[in-house]
Ligand binder design. Structure first.
Ligand code: S3P
Length: 461
């Protein structure tokens, strides 16, 4: 029997059963395209002039939602076998949508699109000719999970720029109705280091009169800035300050690198069984995303980057992680943005590390797909972890011998995958419920995990 078993096909996406990996894991495994870059390639392609070709696009629910939203704005998109062609109509090529734009559970789709739509003008001569009047009107809607997540972080600066935005509880929650156009530039200091908010303001700044300035309290992933520059935008970066003015974007060819946030799950597996090594080739190593590698290195893991290069302005490398006994570390507020999505996984690894691991300054985790401080502590706790939730992070004491248990993802893809990897270190069998959400970011996760654990060198249950 495999270490990884699934429920019958009809429920295959709902429940995963995984048992302990007893032999070293020695594997090279590819991971699918980067989620953040896939979103941005479609959105920027939509307002660029010409055809943007996106290779290795991530076919996950979140990015498919972005494709649908952009199609709803009248943009022609061809999608075949991981390659997407976006027929951009330039800065004023989007058409006013006739139906709500459904973002599913994707926060990146809703927040970045809010910025783009806030900037939309109806070129007046054309609107009059079409018998249309008024401002460009659009509605962004999401599923129940997304509708509980805060949107005032984008509606506040976008309103300051001149957009009219309505939403539940005075624009705090979706659905959002946006009347765009005639924006003025602002200088905005982000209250939290958030790449989504930064990107929303920069995208709106593409359409605002004058120079829009964004200042970040700490550096977050800069995929938007890099892609805008690759498309010819008038953008400059000085330390934590980014400035943009309206300009025409030109379509480019984009090869999306592997997603480091997905790679992290595979790499973490190498740290659970002595003698293991996992290599993931072609991974995006944007400096705003590599916090997990630095943390693993500090915990004592052997982490190496191979074949480093730049692709469309994004750093890319192969990542190799070999087993070493881990020790506990402290993660401070400044380090959090660089590994925000990997913190549930780090909590899991900390259960296997000698000593205490403490993560502080990570209150943002409470407004992700779930309240990840509560859900991570609760579910790892069921497996025997000594983990204490704090208002802005958690404290884990290790090492603990984890035991197989019935756990739930609470509909959170990153928690589902963290629990799946934890199961490789847990005695007996772990049943993870509610795993369909894995397709939000890593639809091929189960196959990738099978490819690293189902080997002759692994003791199979
Ligand atoms: C993302 C930014 C991060 C991250 C999310 C994707 C992006 O969110 O958690 O998964 O693509 O810009 P915040 O900007 O809210 O930190």
């Amino acid at each position: 029997m495999n270490t990884l078993a699934t429920a019958p096909p009809s429920q295959a996406s709902q429940t995963l059963k995984i048992s302990r990996a007893r032999s070293p894991i020695q594997a090279t495994v590819e991971v699918p395209g980067d989620k953040s870059i896939s979103h941005r390639a479609v959105m920027l392609g939509a307002i660029a002039e010409g055809v943007t070709r996106i290779r290795n696009f991530l076919p996950a629910n979140d990015c498919l939602a972005t494709l649908d939203v952009v199609r709803g704005l009248g943009v022609q998109i061809e999608y075949t076998q991981n390659e997407v062609l976006v027929y951009g109509g330039g800065m004023h090529g989007l058409k006013e949508p006739v139906r709500p734009l459904e973002c599913g559970g994707s926060g990146t789709t809703m927040r970045l699109m809010a910025g783009l739509l806030a900037g939309m003008n109806k070129p007046s001569a054309l609107s009059v000719a079409n018998g249309e009047a008024g401002a460009f009107y659009s509605v962004l809607a999401g599923n129940a999970q997304l509708s509980r997540r805060p949107m005032d972080r984008v509606t506040t600066p976008l309103r300051e720029m001149g957009a009219t935005i309505l939403g539940r509880q005075d624009g705090r929650f979706a659905p959002l109705s946006i009347l765009g156009g005639h924006l003025k530039s602002i200088t905005y200091r982000l209250p939290v280091a958030s790449a989504q908010v930064k990107s929303a303001v920069l995208l709106a700044g593409q359409f605002a009169e004058g120079v829009t300035t964004v200042e970040e309290p700490a550096p977050s992933r800069d995929h938007t800035e890099r892609m805008l520059l690759a498309m010819g935008a008038d953008l400059s970066v000085q330390g934590n300050m980014i400035q943009v003015r309206p300009s025409h974007l030109r379509a480019i060819d984009i090869r999306v690198p592997g997603d480091i946030s997905s790679a992290a799950f595979m790499l973490a597996a190498a740290l659970l069984v002595p003698g293991s090594r996992v290599t993931v080739p072609n991974v995006g190593v944007n400096p705003g995303r590599t916090g997990i590698l630095e943390a693993l290195d500090r915990m004592g893991a052997d982490v190496r980057l191979r074949d480093q290069r730049l692709d469309n302005g994004e750093p890319v490398a192969g990542i190799e992680v070999s087993y070493r006994p881990l020790r506990g570390i402290t993660i401070t507020a400044e380090e959090v943005p660089g590994m925000i999505d990997e913190l549930p996984l780090l909590a899991m690894l900390a259960t296997q590390a000698e000593g205490v691991t403490e993560v502080r300054g990570a209150a943002e985790l409470r407004v992700k797909e779930t309240d990840r401080i509560t859900t991570t502590a609760q579910e790892l706790g069921r497996m025997g972890a000594r983990i204490e939730a704090m208002p802005d992070g958690f404290r884990v004491e290790g090492p603990t011998r984890l035991t197989g248990a019935e756990v739930s993802s609470h509909g959170d893809h990153r928690l589902a995958m963290s629990l799946a990897i934890a199961a490789l270190a847990a005695d007996g069998e772990t049943t993870i419920h509610d795993t369909a959400c894995i397709a939000d970011s890593f639809p091929d996760f189960e196959r990738a995990l099978r490819s690293i654990v189902t080997r002759p060198s692994i003791s199979l249950k």
